[in-house]
Write a protein that binds this ligand. Sequence first.
Ligand code: LGS
Length: 399
Amino acid sequence: MKLKVLLGAFLIQLLSRATISEVINKKFPDNFLFGAATAAYQIEGAWNEDGKGENIWDYFTHTRPYMIITLENGDVACDSYHKYLEDVAMLKNLGVNHYRFSLSWSRILPTGHVNKVNQAGVNYYKNLIAALKENGIEPYVTLYHWDLPQPLQEIGGWPNPLLVDYFADYAKLAFSLFGDEVKNWMTFNEPKQACQSGYGYGINPPGSRLEGFLKSRLPEFTPEEIDYIKGTHDFLALNTYTTNLAKNQDFDIGYPSWDSDSGVSKYVNESWDGAASFWLKVVPWGMRKLLNWVDQTYDHPEIFITENGFSDRGELEDQKRIDYYAEYLSNILQAIHEDGVNVTGYTAWSLMDNFEWNMAYTERFGFYYVDFDSPNRTRTIKKSAEYYKNVIATKRRGN
Ligand code: LGS
């Protein structure tokens, strides 16, 4: 009996070793794209320079500083408005194929409306895009990463149906200004997160109160609208960081439920490793499971991972970040090679430490360390940048 158990354990060991080394040696497909991401409010700074209008994050952090853990804001952030050439050099050093960044709507249209274009803002993005192209880096542009022009909030914000037209006009303008150079566009970053944090928890702007509806507060699409949008996407953009377990609320074990309307409560396994962000547990197998779920639920779409990453407090020897990436990338490799999921790209969050919303500069996700105390926002390369560089160059998870 003992011998059997031992033999079993030995075989399992052999098997798992084989699988691990197989995965380590597996390559991403030749045309697989690696990139890094940021967002305008989190990095640009220059909040009121050169004609930029105020947006809801400017307004929120200035009028309710206590909503941000350190009372700080993105007024200067990484100062990328002035230092974008350094950003491009950092991207170039990583060897990324693409850079996902967002346009600040109010930098281009200070009032939110297309009748007043801020040429300095347009030039900023033209220059950034040109510098990226010169260095062989494809721009992947998000139109909306949570920073609505404040004047549009003053007419009611997103619940006002007029916003559909404002957004469409802004999007068309962006396509006409940058469309010759930019071939990959993303509409809204994490609409669910923006709705939930802005209108549900109220921790993000506009910060409305929890309203105690028992059913969905979202407007519903008409059958015509459903037909209209069907098939209009080219790929499915996926941001993912962690995994929760779900259970019937009756068996609550005390972990806070984030979805109390649904009767299901979420929890995590306390043995999972954590990051600096309280919600971020390291659950690499969750990546493979999620990719398979999306693949099956949405009829085998092209999936482009637009965010994935790990936070710490700012270590330069950031081994935990490296381990996170290695394990998550392994699971993507398995989803591609073993499960046939059509994942075509991966975008790490983030190029550099930046303004992490309510957590300000206390949670750092970057490949580059940013010194937010230095007036020129000095950037320093971290060990994980060297790791990612190698992943990109070899198309293997390495480590
Ligand atoms: O910086 C953001 C990253 C970091 O973690 C990025 O701007 C967002 O697009 C994205 O949401 N990011 C992110 N997401 C994790 C969200 C977890 C929220 C948990 C909230 C509990 C109250």
